[in-house]
Design a protein. Structure first.
Lengths: 260, 326
């Protein structure tokens, strides 16, 4: 069974993010630590588990972005993915979710996997759209925010638990399909030393838009500019013993903040 | 009406729109000077629900009622609504952020070849364009977004926009268009309901109480639940508490959990790691109680008490009781 995992490289949560001094639409990338978006790690882990459980198959990591993205693909290979495809072309520099989904779909049409996994959203722009949009471009069924999955023995159907408000909806979905991983699906493995060494020998194929017969359109959604957060009014530490502090807090919440 | 702002109805799956729709309709009404319509895909649209949508300002309710629309499946909903959009040319399509709406409008945007601004927290009409504001990079920055063309598709973060005030004098025209409903390839096996806590849903609650690592163990959350019952709050947790196995993941607030924006957030034993702040920093009033005066959460808190939560929580619960029973 062939599985494609679509991943995104994002700034580490703890990294300080600043607006670029030269371009108000972009962040200053100097000094940023890049990681594989955490939800995508759940997707990679799940793909590897499916392959291991079946005792055969191939897991291909795909990512769109500039040269630095190779590092993220290398991490996916170190976890155990078999090979990687890097959608690396300045033509995609301004890609919105739609253009990204179209690029990924073009690769997926070539690879013809039975299943595509991705994270529920990337933690940089938090759009949470690419997985579903990919399914729409491919005209495949999809399930978002999955908490568990089981592919049947002959790889024709996958049973998934989709998280919704107030519960879990369990579906049988014919393959091929797109699934997006929610936290709780699994606990991603750490790459082993052997995995890290082995990853260096695995293939990362560079693909340009032209190789896929694509000329990316102008984005449908664009960043006009980035802004710093408005400052919150300075807070107040309420002093005194617990009894007095609590009384004062409740008074302030009622009378000043009108929050209760 | 052409150029209307459409609001996709999120409902309780029992025939009533959720109250977050007052916020979506309110904002759409404000931006369009009242040219706002509701679109309801459901297996059961209650008459009271339709009235409610009218009272919140929808001049028309498009009712797409079909057994095939429950439960939500993208491959069924998208072609049906896309057909109607092509016919009616709305100017904007808004929906609240919920798990299914996020997926639905993303697929719809592809079908329509239009842009999507997910999890938006503000809008402004500038000339002929709409500008959406959305938090990015763990809420450390705000991005202003623009669309290349209409329809402007967006999801709206709950509890951020001013809800429309219901007016019984306002009624909606009802239109039940016939659209093609494709057969689904995916099939529902079962729906497992969560055991109800009796408390409001985390993302919808106006008040949220959150417990972090300082709670020391799963058994202590009962003191937060007691307070929650008094003030009608939801109870959430930080990632540290969820990763320790103290609370199920669905209660996690933060970057890899739920994003909330309540009127009042009360954090107990929550340090305020970036990843938690990403999920709650748009809360209107933030209260923090922590033993450590250096805890980062105090930097964004409106009110803070440096102290032992195991003393503060029971005392605060009593004080809330006194206030609310008066």
């Amino acid at each position: 069974m062939k599985i494609v995992v679509a991943i995104k490289q994002v700034p580490d949560t703890a990294t300080q993010v600043k607006i670029s001094s030269g371009d108000p639409k972009a962040i200053d990338t100097a000094g940023i630590t890049w990681i594989v978006s955490p939800y995508d790690e759940f997707a990679i882990e799940e793909a590897l588990r499916i392959k291991e459980k079946r005792g055969q198959g191939e897991v291909i990591a795909v990512s769109l972005g500039p040269d630095r993205v190779k590092e993220a693909l290398r991490s996916a290979l170190a976890m155990g993915c078999d090979r990687a495809i890097h959608l690396n072309d300045p033509a995609w520099a301004k890609a919105d979710t739609l253009a990204t989904a179209q690029a990924l779909a073009a690769v997926i049409k070539q690879e013809q996997p039975a299943l595509v996994l991705c994270g529920r959203q990337a933690i940089d722009d938090d759009m949470g759209a690419v997985g579903a949009q990919l399914a729409e471009v491919l005209d495949w069924p999809c399930a978002s925010w999955i908490m568990d999955e089981a592919v049947d023995a002959d790889a024709k159907t996958v049973r998934v638990g989709r998280q919704v408000e107030g519960g879990l909806e369990v579906f049988d979905i014919p393959l091929p399909a797109v699934l997006s991983a929610q936290k709780g699906l699994n606990e991603p493995r750490y790459p082993t030393l052997k995995g890290i060494m082995g990853a260096k020998k695995k293939e990362i194929k560079d693909v340009k838009a032209g190789d896929l017969g694509l000329t990316p359109d102008a984005p449908q959604l664009a960043v006009k500019n980035l802004e710093a957060l408005p400052a919150r009014p300075p807070g107040r530490i309420i002093q005194g013993d617990v009894k007095d502090a609590v009384k004062e807090l409740v008074r302030a919440l009622r009378e000043d903040a009108k929050a209760i | 009406m052409a150029n209307a702002y459409w609001c996709i109805v999120e409902d309780d799956r029992k025939g009533a729109p959720k109250k977050v729709m007052a916020e979506v309709l309110g904002e759409a009404g404000r931006l369009s000077n009242g040219n706002v319509e509701a679109v309801w895909l459901t297996d059961k649209a209650g008459d009271d629900g339709i009235k409610q949508l009218g009272a919140w300002g929808a001049s028309k309710v498009w009712v797409l009622e079909n057994a095939a629309f429950a439960p939500y499946m993208g491959e069924v909903w998208v072609p049906a609504l896309a057909e109607l959009v092509t016919k009616e040319s709305p100017k904007a399509i808004f929906a609240p952020v919920t798990s299914r709406m996020r997926e639905f409008v993303a697929r719809l945007a592809v079908r329509l070849g239009a842009g999507l601004s997910a999890d938006s927290v503000a809008f402004a009409v500038e000339g002929d364009s709409l500008v959406a504001t959305r938090p990015v990079y763990a809420g450390k920055l705000l991005a202003k977004m623009t669309w290349a063309k209409t329809p402007w598709i967006a999801t709206l973060r709950p509890n951020v926009f001013k809800p429309a005030e219901a007016s019984v004098a306002k009624t909606a025209q009802v239109d039940k268009p016939s659209v093609k409903v494709p057969a689904a390839r995916m099939k529902l096996v079962e729906r497992r309901e969560e055991v109800s806590t009796g408390l409001p849903e985390l993302t919808e609650a106006e008040t949220v109480i959150s417990g972090g690592r300082g709670m020391k163990g799963p058994e202590n959350y009962v003191i937060l639940e007691k307070m929650a019952a008094v003030i009608g709050a939801a109870v959430g947790a930080s990632r540290a508490a969820v990763d320790a196995g103290w609370r199920p993941h669905r209660f996690q607030i933060g970057q890899t959990g739920r994003t909330i924006s309540p009127k009042l957030y009360l954090g107990f034993g929550v340090s305020g790691a970036i990843q938690h702040l990403a999920g709650m920093r748009t809360s209107k009033i933030i209260v923090a109680v922590n033993k450590d005066p250096e805890a980062p959460i105090f930097k964004i808190a409106d009110y803070g008490i440096v102290g032992d939560l195991f003393e503060v929580v029971p005392a605060l619960t009593d004080e809330f009781k006194k206030l609310l029973e008066r």
